[in-house]
Design a protein around this ligand. Structure first.
Ligand code: FAD
Length: 591
């Protein structure tokens, strides 16, 4: 049974007649609950309006520039009556969607000339983009990268993976120094020079982005600075940008390409009702480390939010976390998250689960936040800083893809096949812009596939698993099947867990709370998943990834000699638990 549901503008605070500046859906699109319908921009805030219904869009009742207020109908949806799809897990590869040529937009035709011409043009210089460009150049293609920012490296190197880890490392050292008190070593309480710390983080970024610029030069990959937008299936117009942001100079260039790889990445989602205020930041703003607030709210209990909470709380901020779901850190099994929660209990004043932030009022003396839901306090709570980490949205709708005839799907994701081709065969897409999980290591692997296919090689993206890691303290790393996923699918598995309380190295390191868990297919006895919680879990999960890709079973892993004493040997020991040959634990009951 289907029914037509109207999706209306929700409560957007005190705003009225707010212009629609972006539209993400059109009639015929399939949407899920919480998919963005449009962006509204008032003089104080930019807000994405999420869909409250799932199904097929029957009618779009607004157009760009229309002014809307609360209650205005945005779209009509033929609701399928099914629950919205669960969010993609970081450990499961996104299935490559077969681009449907039938629904492709009609490509434009650029009548003018081109300023430069290349075999391969890569749009975006994140880990996906620069890896694709370098691989393409190594395979003999005359290549250019178009990037709007001054440095290569994209989100990951400039405002993501690397700066966050530079700060997390410092936080870990501070915490480690506190922990050795139990071993009789006492350091004075650290003083934090935020300016020097920021400089250190920027130095780390500079080293890496500078290295990339050198590698581009060594490969003769041209870097064209500016904002790229397709003119047609063989031309991109680049509006030159300058400075550390993306200020347009007014100069334009037309770049012609034989083949193109779209690597335009993603951007942080901004919640509709949150005003613009310098004390309210996304992950990029948080990584700027302008100040350490007294009290901070983290909206969104995912990995990025919790990594930032780890940094700021270690530097002295008191933290509350608000999360709509019933648990923090969706993805890994709950037993691993519980270990993390126990180790981090002192870090947070309040963790509000099944709770929503519904309003933020910026006053001179603080940010007053109203909540709704199970954990909501009765009165608004005052904060000095708010981090919005409620997810990221792909940039597929911002590059004029329709002029190239490239299909852009739900919320800006570009569908690709296993060779990373879009529906336009000489245009590829990779990284965050093609789907979940939005992770740098996925982007790099897809990049190599796209470049190799473009250079005429036989390649396909065929990863069995993609690992996910929360680089919190302790780290939580997982790959492939979790126990919860196996249970939900009714898949028969054998679960083997090695508690770090039985690991000499973990005890020596004060990390005996951790564990390593392996999941085996009950029929084939091959390893199909793993979860590790404890220091360096992210470094160790790679062995489980390799074991899964190689089709290893418990004997293969257990009989591989791991160095002793290491945390890494807990992977071998978990395999021995599965095999029944572990001598580092009390005797197991005979099966
Ligand atoms: P991006 O890195 O987003 O790069 C896209 C590039 O394209 C950008 O430089 C952008 O400026 C450019 N661009 C876009 N449109 C245009 C245009 N029209 N013209 C010119 N240039 C354009 N992942 C991990 O694997 N591990 C981590 O530890 C990790 N930590 C993270 C921490 C934070 C705080 C954040 C925000 C993300 C983190 N990620 C992490 C995710 C990771 O950063 C992304 O998955 C990765 O950067 C995606 O790479 P990409 O090449 O697809 O796109």
């Amino acid at each position: 049974m289907s029914q037509i549901v109207e999706v209306k503008v929700p409560d957007i605070g005190d705003f009225d007649a707010v212009p629609v500046i972006e539209l993400f859906v059109k009639a015929g699109d399939s949407i899920k609950v919480d998919d963005a319908i449009c962006t509204l921009e008032s003089d104080k805030a930019t807000m994405d309006v999420p869909s409250s219904a799932a199904g097929v869009v029957k009618e779009v009742l607004v157009k760009l520039g229309d002014k809307v207020s609360e209650g205005a109908v945005l779209i009509k949806v033929e609701a399928a009556g099914e629950a919205a799809a669960a969010p993609a897990q970081a450990s499961a590869p996104a299935p490559a969607a077969a681009p449907a040529a039938a629904s492709a937009p009609t490509a434009a035709a650029h009548a003018g000339s081109a300023d430069v011409e290349y075999d391969m043009v890569v749009l975006g210089a994140g880990p996906g983009g620069y890896s694709a460009a370098f691989r393409a150049a190594d395979l003999g293609l005359k290549t250019a990268i178009i990037e709007r920012y001054a440095t290569l490296g994209g989100v990951c190197l400039n405002v993501g993976c690397i700066p966050s880890k530079a700060l997390l490392h410092v936080a870990a050292v501070i915490e480690e120094a506190e922990h050795v008190e139990t071993a009789g070593i006492k350091f004075a309480k650290p003083t934090v020079d935020v300016d020097a710390l920021r400089k250190h983080k920027d130095g780390v970024i500079g080293k890496l982005t500078g290295g990339l610029a050198g590698m581009a030069k060594a490969r003769k990959v041209d870097v064209i600075r500016g904002y790229g937008s397709f003119l047609d299936p063989h031309h991109i117009e680049v509006e030159e940008t300058t400075g550390s942001a993306q200020d347009k100079t007014g100069a334009k260039k037309v770049v012609k390409f034989k083949q193109c790889i779209i690597a335009a990445g993603s951007a942080a989602v901004h919640l509709p009702f949150i005003p613009r205020d310098p004390r309210i930041v996304d992950s990029t703003g948080a990584l700027e480390l302008r100040q350490v607030p007294g009290k901070m709210l983290v909206i969104g209990g995912g990995i990025i939010g919790l990594e930032m909470a780890t940094v700021y709380s270690t530097l002295g901020a008191r933290i509350d976390v608000v999360e709509m779901m019933d648990g923090l850190m969706q993805g890994p099994d709950r037993d691993a998250v519980k270990v993390w929660e126990k180790q981090n209990a002192q870090r947070f004043d309040k963790i509000m689960l099944k709770t929503k932030t519904v309003a933020v009022e910026a006053k001179d003396d603080g940010l007053y936040v109203k909540f709704e839901g199970e954990g909501a306090p009765a009165e608004p709570v005052k904060y000095d800083m708010i981090l919005q980490s409620a997810g990221r949205a792909p940039n597929g709708n911002k590059i004029g893809a329709d002029k190239a005839g490239v299909i852009v799907g739900e919320r800006g994701f570009i569908p690709v096949d296993a060779q990373m081709r879009t529906n336009v065969p000489h245009i590829f897409a990779i990284g965050d812009v093609v789907g979940q999980p939005m992770l740098a290591h996925k982007a790099v692997h897809e990049a190599h596939v796209a470049a190799e296919v473009a250079a005429g090689q036989k390649a396909a993206f065929d990863a069995t698993v993609i690992p996910g890691v929360a680089y919190t303290h302790p780290e939580v790393a997982w790959v492939g099947y979790t126990e919860a996923q196996a249970k939900a699918e009714g898949k028969k598995v054998e679960v083997a867990k090695f508690p770090w309380a039985a690991s000499g190295r973990a005890i020596a390191n004060g990390a005996d709370y951790g564990f390593t868990k392996l999941i085996f297919d009950a029929e084939t006895h091959r390893v199909i998943g793993g979860t590790i919680v404890g220091p360096s879990a992210g470094d160790m999960i790679g062995e489980v990834c390799l074991a899964i890709e190689m089709g290893a079973d418990a004997v293969d892993i257990g009989k591989t000699i791991h160095p002793h004493p290491t945390l890494g040997e807990t992977v071998g020991m978990a395999a021995e638990v599965a095999h029944g040959s572990c001598t580092d634990l009390p005797p197991m009951r005979k099966k």
